[in-house]
Design a protein around this ligand. Structure first.
Ligand SMILES: Nc1ncnc2c1ncn2[C@@H]1O[C@H](COP(=O)(O)OP(=O)(O)OP(=O)(O)O)[C@@H](O)[C@H]1O
Ligand SMILES: [Mg+2]
Length: 504
């Protein structure tokens, strides 16, 4: 028997203080369909998803599953009702094994505590079977911390399925994963829909929604601004109408950026660099970068791109070779010397490595200013914070805790906190999870900085972003690095082949 679940949300409202995150939201998702939710950063997509999956309680409105009203107060209530959510920021346990993570949440469903070896072995069997069904390569005894974002996501989907979920909410699942993991994910999602499951797919990427969804709705400032059928629509026409719904206007995508760089002015030189990571070692024979240049680092996640960024940030000592920046040999210098030399780092995991959970925007600016002694100048930094919130268009107040900001606003805050002058900026996934408007805005800021001489190394799993913004591209594959390729002469196809390891 195929279990099917129709989901109806009626007049859902939720406010946080005076922010109306969801206002009078009604929608119906038929069983066996994939329903897209699009919308700019802060539109209220995650809030709505969390209400349905019990992580947030609504202020008012009704949730009906197969026509029957349900009372979902906690994630366990949601799982019991058959609704599970894959979160935008992973909620798993990195220090535990794959199997332990797979088992998480089971005790809320059954009175029996599942501890005996037999049940462990049954679960191993189930995990293996599910992995095979969906073509995932997960091993029960691996430590979760050693998995890529895409693999952790695959595990979480399998965990939810094994808990009996009939409605699966995926909150921006394609932002941190490789192209092949995306293909595997989409195939799995399509299979689940065929099996009668209802899928809610939250995304910023029009092409993903177009490829996957049957229907979609667009949210703006907490409200539904439109619903559309996806299947059978002509792509350009659908895209234009969606962008207009999302932002209330059309966005001009800039032509590929060109900065007049004096290529003779070498600002960074790498010679015979060898860096040992946990899983692979990276070798770069020679690389010279001119001031103002943008170098895109392409490749599947975990192929050495991050090792290069860490070494250039002074966070990982190379085994051999040298890094010179602005005629200074930085190779064996301490991290603080790298900071002094104007090297900045924008990490991918904004709440883990970039910002401090629990602290407000104001407190982050306090920390940035506070290296001049013990005196804490609250009112002075409040002005600086307010100014930054205005200049960088951050939707939040000085007193907003950073973890409560939407992804786009967290990234704007990270950028606002960067020193005014940098010689080299290292960025991981700079626009992961951001809407088109924020993406364009962030790159505009970066290009202005490059015009003043700042170099950029950036890692992105979005090939279009790599091609659009890089001057030259390095492709990483298993610790090998390609010769720098001129972004002007590359196509997505050629880049894809290089990422697959086809380069000399
Ligand atoms: N726990 C919370 N406390 C206070 N405000 C919140 C909380 N969660 C969300 N908000 C606010 O509600 C609004 C909607 O946020 P939400 O995270 O739902 O947006 P989103 O559409 O998922 O954005 P993104 O695309 O950036 O992920 C934002 O203004 C956000 O700052
Ligand atoms: Mg969100």
């Amino acid at each position: 028997m195929v279990l099917k679940m129709k989901v109806e949300l009626n007049h859902i409202c939720k406010s946080f203080g005076n922010v109306r995150a969801n206002h009078d939201i009604s929608l119906t998702i038929e069983a066996g369909t994939i329903y897209g939710i699009l919308g700019e950063n802060g539109a209220g997509k995650s809030t709505l998803s969390k209400i349905l999956s019990g992580f947030i309680t609504k202020d008012s409105g009704k949730i009906l599953l197969n026509g029957i009203e349900v009372n979902i107060q906690t994630p366990a209530d949601a799982i019991r009702a058959g609704v599970g959510m894959l979160h935008q920021d992973p909620l798993d346990f990195p220090s535990l094994s794959v199997l332990d993570n797979f088992m998480a949440g089971r005790s809320t469903l059954s009175k029996r505590r599942i501890k005996s070896n037999t049940s462990r072995s049954l679960l191993i069997k189930e995990l293996r079977q599910l992995s095979v069904t969906f073509g995932f390569d997960l091993h029960p005894n691996d430590r979760l911390a050693n998995l890529t974002v895409g693999e952790r996501q695959q595990l979480e989907i399998l965990r939810l399925l094994s808990l009996g979920v009939q409605t699966l909410i995926l909150d921006e699942p394609t932002t941190g994963i490789s192209a092949s993991q995306k293909t595997a994910l989409f195939a799995a999602v399509k299979q689940l829909a065929l099996d009668g499951k209802s899928i809610i797919f939250v995304s910023h990427k029009l092409e993903d929604v177009e490829e996957l969804c049957d229907r979609l709705m667009v949210m703006r400032q907490g409200q539904v601004v439109g619903e559309a059928e996806v299947k059978g629509r002509e792509s350009a026409e659908l895209a234009a109408s969606l962008v207009e719904m999302m932002f209330g206007r059309e966005l001009a995508i800039p032509a590929k950026h060109e900065i007049a760089i004096d290529k003779t002015e070498t600002a960074l030189t790498i010679n015979n660099l060898n860096i040992e990571g946990d899983r692979l070692s990276l070798q770069i024979d020679k690389l010279t970068v001119a001031s103002g240049e943008i170098i895109g680092l392409a490749g599947l996640e975990g192929n050495g791109q991050q090792l290069l960024l860490l070494a250039c940030a002074g966070l990982l000592k190379p085994k051999s070779g040298s890094i010179r920046i602005n005629n200074m040999d930085m190779t064996h210098r301490a991290y603080r010397n790298f900071r002094k030399a104007g090297i900045g780092y924008l990490p991918a995991d904004r709440l883990q490595d970039g910002l401090i959970r629990g602290l407000t925007i104001h407190e982050h600016f306090m920390l940035r200013q506070s290296n001049s002694g013990f005196f804490i100048n609250w009112s002075g930094t409040r002005k600086i914070t307010e100014h930054a919130i205005n200049t960088f268009n951050i939707r939040g107040k000085p007193s907003s805790k950073v973890e409560k900001l939407s992804g786009g606003n967290q990234q704007r805050t990270q950028i606002a906190l960067l020193p005014d002058y940098l010689s080299l900026l290292l960025m991981e996934q700079p626009t992961r999870g951001l809407d088109i408007e924020s993406t364009l805005w962030i790159w505009k800021q970066m290009i202005e900085r490059c015009e003043r001489g700042m170099m950029i190394f950036f890692v992105s799993s979005d090939l279009d972003e790599i091609l659009q913004y890089s001057d030259r591209i390095l492709v990483f594959s298993g610790g090998r690095v390609s010769q720098p390729m001129d972004a002007k002469t590359l196509t997505v196809d050629k880049l894809g082949q290089a990422i697959g390891g086809k380069f000399e």
